[in-house]
Design a protein. Structure first.
Length: 92
C-alpha cells in the first residue's frame, strides 16, 4: 500500500465506485489485482486475489494463513499486518 494513503479510505473509494459503476464493479470482480493497482494499492508479486460480491443472505469469512515460523508474538504482528491489508469483512 502507498504509505500516504489510508487503507480504509482506499477500500471505501473502491466500494463506492463499484456501487456507482457497473463496469468498474465487473472489472473488480474479474480482475481485482488490476483494480487494486489502479487505486495505488500494492499488490504483492505472486499473490492471487479473488473478489466476490456479498448479498443480503450470503457473506464470506476469510481465514488468514497460519504463520510458518516464529513465536506467537511474531505471528500476532504478522496477523495485524495481514488484517491491515485485508479487505474482506464488511457488513451492512
Amino acid at each position: 500500500m502507498t504509505k500516504q494513503n489510508d487503507p480504509k479510505k482506499q477500500w471505501a473509494k473502491i466500494v463506492a465506485k463499484a456501487w456507482a459503476d457497473e463496469d468498474y464493479k465487473q472489472r473488480f470482480l474479474t480482475d481485482p489485482a488490476a483494480v487494486l493497482k489502479e487505486e495505488d494499492i500494492e499488490v504483492p508479486e505472486g499473490v492471487k486475489f479473488k473478489c466476490v460480491e456479498a448479498t443480503e443472505k450470503q457473506a464470506w469469512l476469510v481465514l488468514p494463513p497460519k504463520p510458518t515460523t516464529g513465536s506467537m508474538e511474531e505471528g500476532d504482528e504478522r496477523l495485524a499486518a495481514v488484517n491491515n491489508g485485508c479487505l474482506c469483512w464488511t457488513l451492512i
